[in-house]
Write a protein that binds this ligand. Sequence first.
Ligand SMILES: N[C@@H](CCC(=O)N[C@@H](CS)C(=O)NCC(=O)O)C(=O)O
Length: 257
Amino acid sequence: MQAATQPTIKLFVFPRMFEIPNLSPFCCKMETWLRMAQVPYQVVETRDPRVAPRKKLPFIEDGGVRIADSSLIIDHLSRTRAVDLDAGLSPLQRATATLVKRTLEEHYAFVLAYTHLLSDEGSKYTRARFDAVPAFIRPLVERAVRKNVKSLLWYQGLLRGSHDEILAKALDDWRAVLAFMSEGPFFFGDQATSTDAVVFGTLAPTVLTPIDTPIRAFLLSQPKVLAYAERLRARFFPELAPERQAAERPQQLQASA
Ligand SMILES: N[C@@H](CCC(=O)N[C@@H](CS)C(=O)NCC(=O)O)C(=O)O
């Protein structure tokens, strides 16, 4: 719980799209963690990562101090708000948490940028994020952002592989992660941990948006995956959960209590 003297933090993230906390896996992870940890926050939407200390979103402002990088923010808030979502994890689970985080954040997140921001199927849906840009410069901004994503993925290495290679590697990522996922309600069982924020951060943009990819199709074919994603959304972002899940919510809350 937050001490009365501590300021409400400001969370700087991209504007929301679709019925998920954020299309950016790192912004989605950060806001999910804040809700899990019950740390009060105020969202500040921005479209321009150049305002961030590390030129990437999310970042927070805590008592006038700006802190970047979702993992560093979580370390900072865990320390200053005395919350540790991972207190109950065994050494083996902690090691697993690191491997899951690296797989999803240092590899799969780049695939998400490819499928959601660069590919034709993804762009069809996500180009709406430029709607607020004045019409006369919109094509210019769209082209510049696309060029940046392309160059990021080229230098990271992903784009040097074929489309099929990229998809195959993403499926390998998820097969590995799912091998460690419990039957629920949360990744490691009964308690929500920071790994749930990481997993939901990448899973929500993949399976809870209309962007149709072979990765989404694979994940939807795995019985526990959609239930997990919908359960986390209903539990921590009830305002985003469609009616059907809202009706199931009391049961799910009981299951995760
Ligand atoms: N390691 C960072 C990664 C953040 C990140 O890559 N954010 C992306 C959005 S998903 C971003 O702001 N990209 C803008 C850019 O690279 O210009 C974290 O955990 O917060």
